[in-house]
Design a protein around this ligand. Structure first.
Ligand code: 5RP
Length: 228
């Protein structure tokens, strides 16, 4: 597993060029992009500025010596490298396994090119059959959102950090992990519907945001696919 993640993460770092503003995704696959990027900065004297999508990535990037910039000081991002929990043939994705979906989606929306790095198991026919869809909610509104999700045919469970405490995102919100029996036939429509529910901050469906997919393999090779 980690061989394939490293292969994908390192291959994606090759999309980064001198002078670029770079979105830095979150997760165990992107970790290897950070490692490769830090190596390139040291070896090639590459001048980039990174925009982290989570506090976790911010800390890791800073420790590795990757220069960072605040989102507020950036008008556009040249390339973002991020992971995914599921991605289909149209490059629609479920993200948010690590809880960073909101910042990841904001950064993706500003990115000219979004490169997704995955293990082969993340490539699926239909979203939502295997992985639960994360929905970030304002804690106050959680019961109302659960009720709306039920009406949409979803079953929601609150993501927990411990037996008693809900997991909180970097933005101080909670996550509902949602199952839709039979998966998600129309991701674009569900994305709009979910974000129309009062109390929902963002959901983990990423539609039309990914441009390039890098799939890493256990033999250390990486396959690059462009969105058709
Ligand atoms: C975090 C995410 C991650 O990109 C996603 O969970 C993939 O992570 P990993 O590369 O560790 O499997 O969306 O919110």
């Amino acid at each position: 597993m980690s061989q394939s993640k490293e292969a994908a993460g390192r291959r994606a770092a090759e999309f980064i060029e001198d002078g670029m503003t770079v979105g830095l995704g979150t997760g165990s696959t992107v970790y290897f992009t950070l490692v490769a990027l830090a190596e390139r900065i040291a070896k090639e004297n590459l001048a980039i500025r990174g925009v982290p999508t989570s506090i976790d990535t911010e800390v890791k990037a800073r420790d590795m010596g990757i220069p960072l910039v605040a989102l507020a000081d950036v008008a556009q991002i040249d390339v973002t490298i991020d992971g995914a929990d599921e991605i289909d043939g149209e490059f629609q994705m479920i993200k948010g396994g690590g809880g960073a979906l909101l910042r990841e989606k904001v950064v993706a929306s500003l990115s000219t090119r979004e490169v997704i790095v995955v293990h082969p198991s993340k490539v699926v026919e239909r979203l939502g059959e295997g992985f639960l869809l994360p929905v970030e909610v304002v804690p106050f509104a959680r019961p109302v959102v659960v009720h709306h999700l039920k009406q949409l045919g979803g079953t929601a469970s609150i993501r927990m950090r411990s037996e008693k405490e809900p997991f909180l995102t970097d933005n101080g919100n909670e996550i509902l992990d949602c199952r839709f029996d039979g998966g998600i036939p129309n991701a674009r429509e569900l994305d709009r519907t979910l974000n129309g529910i009062p109390g929902v901050v963002e959901n983990g469906l990423f539609v039309g945001l990914a441009h390039v997919l890098v799939i890493g393999h256990e033999d250390g090779s990486a396959e690059v696919r462009e969105r058709g």
